[in-house]
Design a protein around this ligand. Sequence first.
Ligand SMILES: *Cc1c(COP(=O)(O)O)cnc(C)c1O
Length: 399
Amino acid sequence: MKQSTLAIHGCMPERGDTPYTPSAPALEMAASFHYRRAADMTAVANGEMEGFVYQRYGNPTAAALQRQVAALEGGDSALACSSGMAALHIALLTALRDRPASILTAEVLFGETFQLLQLMEQQEVMTRYADPCDIEAFEAALAQSDTGCILVETASNPLVRVTPLDSICTMAKRHGVPVVVDATFTTPVLSRPFDVGADILMHSATKYLAGHADVLGGVTVCRAAHADWMQELGRHLGPNLGPFHSFLTMRGIKTLPIRMEEHSRNALHVAQVLEAHPRVEVVHYPGLDSHPDKAVAGRLFSRGPDGDTLYGGMVSFEIRDADKAAVFRFANALRLVIRATSLGDVHSLMTHPATTTHKNIGEKRRAQLGIGDNLVRISVGIEDPEDIAADLVQALEQM
Ligand SMILES: *Cc1c(COP(=O)(O)O)cnc(C)c1O
């Protein structure tokens, strides 16, 4: 079945013994479940019988979300977590079981991911950095020393570099190293990491999956070989997503495929308008001919109903000769696009990476990575594309 079908039917309740079945999953708030027969409860707790005992061990609403995301990703097991960071932590701990305590990852990562990796260094899990878009350099780093797992993002933040995930996974297989993927930017609508050989993936469900700025959540998905350990970590560490947020996330995911088509169409329009504007120095969007990864995205990303590749909703651009004060003037002149952190919502929003998401990495390193003070990141929403572009243009002309 196709993604648009799975998004809707992946969480449909199964038919029970009653003549009727609800058409939407139940919001089951109970923290614990009691049994008529004590032996049944023990059997469920021991994993010998299907059922629920206690919310940290699983909940029917979260279970429905997990089914839905696993179906969309073509994965074997999913764990809904209380944030994207919790999902990423679980993903890394799952991958590192019985492996050397070291992670090879990209030089440009979501800001908080750096912080998590630094915390893990205190527990002797060492991190090395290389550029996954430079396959030879990445393989050289991989060959250099024992690597426990590889961590890559499907597309980077904020320059939207597209990771050649197929090549990375082929290389990783050759070295026997599991690959963990942060698929937040692309969602299962644009790409399915398991199809090209990834082992474990995660999403910040806060972003596109839930999509309406009302959920903090994450989901980790893995292949069968890692499923037992991932679920066991979930039970012991307690990162679980509560029923209400699971419910909202499922509701969001039903429209994820059509939202991603709109985000992609709108973002391409916005990127083209910005690229033509004299105050804009460069636009970073993989749908533009000027982007270094257009071909990689064309190879890896899905196509929409009209046959065009979907490049996603994230666009960043550099304002010509703008310092921080000028970028703030631009930001303050916006009337429709809101100034906020987060991304992937139905509404358009802008962030200034140098002072928010990437402020912790230091000015010099930021400049090396191409994240200057004049860089603006836009998460393009699903409002009318002309309205979004017009707002950005009027703010550029007022700043
Ligand atoms: C937001 C985000 C995260 C963290 O997710 P939270 O839900 O905020 O914990 C991780 N990776 C990427 C790429 C993100 O955008």
